[in-house]
Every structure is written in C-alpha cells, then in structure tokens.
Design a protein around this ligand. Structure first.
Ligand SMILES: Cc1ncc(COP(=O)(O)O)c(C=O)c1O
Length: 383
C-alpha cells in the first residue's frame, strides 16, 4: 500500500501521536482551563505546551497569541472575517485554496474590495505584482505559502517586506508548508499565520490555529463565535484578549495532545532534514514522470521551488480513471480531479478536468516513488 495523499492529510502520524491521544482520554480526561483540580491543570499544561511547540516551529514569540481552531479554514475565516471592514482592500493570489478564496469572495459582498493577482501557469507569484496592487485602502495581503494543487512555493518573505513598507498586514495560509518547509513569522514578516494540524505537523484532524502577530491589534478582531472561555467568568461580554477572544467553548484537547507530539517530532527531526527528504522524493518523481511518454507534469518542474506535491495528467485518460486504477490495481492512494482550488486550476490550465495529485510526505520512500512511476508508465502505455 502506498499513501500519496499527504497533501490532503498526512499518514501515518509520527510515533507517539496516537498514544498521547489515548493517554489524554484515559489518564487526563479533564477540561483545560475550566477548573483548578490536578487533572484540569494537567490538561491545561498539555494545551499550553502545544502552543509553545507551535511558536517554536513558526518563530512566533508569544504562545498566548496562538488561537486554537479546528483547522486552517476556521483560522483563515477568523483572520478575514475578524479583521476586515467595509471599504478595506485585500490582495490575494490566483493560486489560493477555497479556504481563502471563498471567505474573500463572500466578503466582497460586504463591500470589501478584492484584487486577485495572477500567477504564472507554473503557479509562481511575482512580488512586484503584489506591490503594484497595493493602494491606500489596502489592509491585508492574503496568500497561501504553497499551492495545494501543484506545490509551487509563493515568495512570502519578499511579500512580507513589501507589506511592511506599505503598512499592510500579511496573512499566510501554511496548510501545505507547516512542518515541511522552513517558516519564521518574524524573519518572513508574517502578521497572521494560519496552520492546520493534520498535514505535515503530524497531528490529528480537528486541530489548527491562527497565530496573531504583534502588529495586529487584537481588540479589533471580531470573534467568529462567542461563549465560555474559562476566563472572566463574571462577565457576560466576550473577552477582548488573546487567545480567549477566539477560543470559545471546550477545545479539542485530545487532538492538541496528539498535535503536541507531532510538532515535537517535526522539531526533533529538524525542518531542514524533512525538507531535504521531500526535495529528493519530489525531484525523483518529477524527473521520472517527465520521462514517461504521454504524461504532462504541471508546475515548476524544480523540486527546490515547490513542496513534495506533484500534479500531472496522463494524456488520453481522465484523472479519475488514473486514480481509480492506481487504487484498484496498485494500492496507490492519491487525489484526482479539482483540488478545492478552482482559481489555481484556471491559472495552470487544468480547469475543469483537473489533475492527478501525488502528495508525498515524510514517511514516503524513493522505492515507493519508483513503484508509482512504474505503475504510471504501464497506464500511459495503454493510451
Ligand atoms: C493551501 C490549503 N489551504 C487550506 C486548506 C484547508 O485545510 P483544512 O481542511 O485543514 O482547513 C488546505 C487543505 O487541503 C490547503 O491545502
């Protein structure tokens, strides 16, 4: 069995993740931040240590500015819905996932002005185009760090510098890079960083969050949801401080116990080691696919310029058929069709038919890549 769907959700999880979740359920079990007894304190400690681990990984200074969400989709909605007001202008790219694009398109209905900067068919964004799109009402630049369709990395640090020059905030969706590519919120000048726990961070589904940088005035963030936070229990009004303003209701502490182990595994292995392994896998895959007659490979064709997510098509065979046959005949699991990012497919020229996507991860091997290449070569011969 070969799992090449890590761009959707990573599998397997690092050693210890499942055990930490079971331990939480069996030996801790209490509600973090809601009581002062020993079990609640232990639960609170685990949740706080997960904040610290996230900060260490993303170069963020203050664990209390990590707002837990159920995934990056919720985190992006919190940032966008929470901060933007009628009359604000936002710049985004044509490679965004619908997690960014759909809330932005909805906000357009609320009189938020949106500019979508076009990327190249390889998914590359020119920072100069972002700069040219900024005007006096621009409040935010919102970008994914890497495309989920084709893996292309966007130049967030260069855009971060431009944003600082123009006093504009930068929101980055790290769904495809968190835990797989070096990111430093301070060095890259990112003001709001959304992350999701279940991909390269090695955690379970149901975990993610928004890191709110120091340049963001948290009192201006409108919560998505209001309710109990375990703090200021005497007040009927939602707290306006972080992280509580965005963390109403009991958190997914079981999931965060797993995420803590996942992020610690990433930190211990080292992001550079993880990245080097994924570059080697992606390069082998890109070169191998390019050498198969009848296969079109999308994107930069350079593993250094992208994540280990590679999109391609077998000419004359629908991507859905390729995916079905890979699963049925070779036990290779991948994703096919449109990957929740219609704008990206239009940019790449793969709309509406889509592509076959191999999302490689930390636990994949060169042998698996070679086995998949042999399978694709056999399928391509039939067309
Ligand atoms: C770039 C990007 N943004 C956002 C998301 C949404 O992630 P989640 O479903 O964890 O919120 C994904 C998931 O595939 C993604 O790849």
């Amino acid at each position: 069995m070969i799992y090449f769907d890590n761009a959707a959700t990573s599998w397997p999880k690092p050693p210890g993740v499942a055990e930490a979740m079971v331990r939480f359920l069996e030996e801790v079990g209490a509600n973090p931040g809601r009581a002062a007894h020993r079990r609640a304190i232990e639960a609170g400690r685990i949740v706080y240590e997960a904040r610290e681990a996230i900060c260490e990984l993303f170069g963020a200074p203050d664990p209390l500015r990590v707002v837990w969400c159920k995934n990056v989709t919720e985190a992006l909605n919190l940032a966008l819905r929470g901060l933007l007001r009628p009359g604000d202008h936002v710049v985004t790219s044509s490679m965004e996932h619908n997690s960014m694009m759909r809330p932005l398109r909805a906000l357009e209905q609320d009189e938020i002005d949106l500019t979508v900067v076009n990327c190249s068919p390889q998914g590359m964004l020119d920072p100069a185009d972002v700069k040219a799109a900024i005007h006096p009402h621009t409040r935010l630049v919102a970008l994914n760090h890497a495309s989920n369709v084709v893996g292309t990395l966007l130049p967030v640090a260069a855009v971060g510098a431009i944003c600082r020059q123009h006093d504009v905030l930068l929101l980055v969706d790290t769904a495809q890079t968190g835990g797989a590519y070096p990111i430093d919120m301070q060095a890259d000048q990112i003001d709001l960083l959304g992350f999701t726990g279940h991909k390269s961070l090695g955690g379970p589904m149901g975990t993610g969050g928004l890191i709110v940088g120091e340049r963001v005035d948290e009192t201006q963030i409108e919560p998505l949801v209001r309710g109990g936070t375990g703090s200021r229990s005497e007040h009927e009004i939602q707290p306006d401080f972080l992280p509580d303003l965005g963390e109403s209701g009991t958190p997914n502490a079981v999931g965060l116990a797993g995420l803590l182990v996942g992020v610690r595994w990433v930190l211990a292995r080292g992001i550079d080691t993880i990245r080097a392994h994924e570059v080697a896998l992606a390069q082998r895959l890109i070169e191998g696919l390019r050498s198969i007659p009848g296969v079109t490979v999308h994107g930069t064709l350079d593993a250094e310029l992208q994540t280990a997510t590679v999109s391609f098509n077998v000419i004359g065979m629908a991507s859905s058929e390729v995916g079905l046959r890979l699963d049925d005949e070779y036990a290779i699991m991948c994703r096919v069709g449109l990957h929740c990012a219609p704008a990206a497919h239009k940019t790449m020229g793969t709309f509406p038919h889509g592509s076959v996507r191999f999302g490689l991860g930390s636990f994949n091997t060169i042998d698996e890549v070679d086995a998949a290449l042999a399978a694709i070569a056999t399928l391509a011969q039939e067309t």
